[in-house]
Design a protein around this ligand. Sequence first.
Ligand code: ADP
Ligand code: MG
Length: 482
Amino acid sequence: MATLQGRTGEWEMVIGLEVHAQIVSNAKLFSGASTAFGAEPNSQVSLVDAAMPGMLPVINGYCVEQAVRTGLGLKAEINLVSVFDRKNYFYPDLPQGYQISQYSRPIVGKGKLLIDLPDGAVKEIGITRLHMEQDAGKSLHDQHPTKSYVDLNRSGVALMEIVSEPDLRGPEEATAYVTKLRSILRYLGTCDGNMDQGSLRCDVNLSVRRPGEPFGTRCEIKNVNSIRFIRQAIEYEARRQIEILEDGGTIDQETRLFDASRGETRSMRSKEEAHDYRYFPDPDLLPLELDQSWVDEIKATLPELPDEKKRRFVEDYGVPVYDAGVLVADRETADFFEVVARGRDGRLASNWVIGDLFGLLNKSGLAITESPITAEKLGGLLDLIADNTISGRIAKEVFEAMWETGKSAGDIVEEKGLRQITDTGAIETAIDEVLARESAKVEEYRSGKDKLFGFFVGQVMKATGGKANPKLVNEVLRKKLG
Ligand code: ADP
Ligand code: MG
């Protein structure tokens, strides 16, 4: 368990996360305006998004479908009736003066998510709810020395707020949770998960307690926008709370900001309560009613998700559990692996993808979809190892040449004459030459210096340009020296 040592003993962190995930949809939640990222400010704002008087919201059915799909992916209850409320507050980038959100009747209820911990253990984290709401616009403070500007392009974009139970116990679990959630959303195609573009943002709720005690008072750290910052914010905030409590103080329930440049959290405002927002059902929108048959149709088209894929990779391809977790983290890698592994040695395929291929991809900053070596070609290389055309060692050389040229393994082996020598006669000739040249060492070996065997193998391999079949070399050498 992740406990922290304080001056006066052990403390445990209790963490619940609220993740805001932008829904993948061409149009906004209640208007037809585009959601494309990076457009000219205020170029994607309909009259609804600008809250012009008399405008009425019209719900985007595709966004509802995406929220349901996400709920199903989180193994959650889908509520066939849900309600949109107005959450009232003033912000310069919120022209309506309220956010349309869901409060007492969200579209998705309780679900769960499995996180994979570094030691290989799996822990179930409860999902409290998922509700749909509008995103706000953006205030731009860095465009003018004395003025702030407002960009309403984001105003009205559909969000899913996904709330976890306070089941997380430290930064490892919290970051594993966000990573896993992002992976599932990407598999589902319901959120692109790009934290650097703000499509996925996280509010961290954290309290500390003595192990076994009831939960303490929490603080909420708003809008933490990278996995690394989530970890830093948690580490800082836990220390801050422990220090206050150990000095005999109490924690004020408040909303805090994470300042990435200083690596610390600081107070933003005292915590608002739900009643401060004067929630009430939005009179412009009817309750949202879904047919069970429609939900079932969506369920029938869900893709295979990471947990199931992982289990299948372990069972069908014999991939070690940890490696399977790495392979399924994103769909592109999993698909790539499967093309390599199908009909071949799965463990070997996994080693090549995670070891050699990831190594070169990382070094050159390429995504697996940009790999100069396609999955089919990597499969071809494995075939040449399997049928003894090349040894595992030569395969590394062929692999590098494939990376440089994009050619197939077979072409490179032919061009460079790397075909393994499996002809016993040729291997015998090479061995005879080596033994004749190294007669002194042969004497030493025969008088008991067994360790020299490796030396002879090395010399024969060198003499054959590494192409001799190592197993045959070993056999013939033993016979000749014995
Ligand atoms: P609010 O609207 O007040 O932020 P929510 O219900 O949306 O409340 O979110 C509360 C979040 O805080 C949840 O993720 C929940 O798991 C977490 N949480 C609740 N109590 C505690 C606690 N004592 N310590 C840490 N996290 C908590
Ligand atoms: Mg909240």
